[in-house]
Design a protein around this ligand. Structure first.
Ligand code: ADP
Ligand code: MG
Length: 152
């Protein structure tokens, strides 16, 4: 199955929440850990999103990183509830569960789809990360790295 991508700039969305535990598939199966955010307080903000993959910036401990986020139900695994999962484009030496993560979404990369193999899903995620890495260097997106949302 080939992945259909449509890079679309969106109205800026700022959400934040505590990093909670998920099913650990990101780090164990996909070579891509995703910080799952507690969605209890951001239901209104996330219901406007189509299930899919998004790009933007995220701040942890006062440092802002490029990020790729999945908002959806992980159809390749069939979750029951919508999750917001953020992969920061940075290598961390430690986990950061229970920390606060601020996430600023700038656009979408593709809708969420069910992959027939883990390898296809891994390849798609890897490509999503490469796309976000490049896109966010564009001035129209890089300026948000110093958004006031991330200050203080
Ligand atoms: P879970 O299912 O609990 O979310 P994952 O396998 O997706 O587990 O791993 C996510 C955890 O890995 C995050 O909560 C965070 O503590 C840690 N982590 C380490 N590096 C990263 C990274 N670059 N992006 C996101 N989370 C990371
Ligand atoms: Mg995760």
């Amino acid at each position: 199955m080939s992945v259909v991508r449509c890079i679309t700039k969106l109205p800026v969305c700022r959400i934040e929440g505590t990093v909670v535990h998920g099913f650990k598939r990101g780090s164990t199966l996909l070579d891509c850990p995703t910080a799952n955010i507690c969605t209890d307080h951001i239901q209104d903000a996330i219901k406007g999103f189509k299930k899919g993959v998004y790009y933007g910036w995220a701040s942890l401990h006062g440092t802002v990183y490029k990020m790729v986020a999945n908002i959806g139900v992980n159809p390749s695994f069939g979750n029951e509830h919508i999750s917001v999962e953020v992969h920061l484009l940075h290598e961390f030496s430690q986990d950061f569960y229970d920390e606060n993560l601020k996430v600023l979404i700038l656009g979408s990369i593709r809708t969420e789809s069910k992959f027939s193999s883990l390898d296809e899903l891994k390849t798609a995620i890897h490509e999503d990360c490469g796309i976000a890495e490049k896109l966010l260097d564009d001035q129209e997106y890089s300026s948000y790295k110093s958004d006031s949302f991330f200050m203080g």
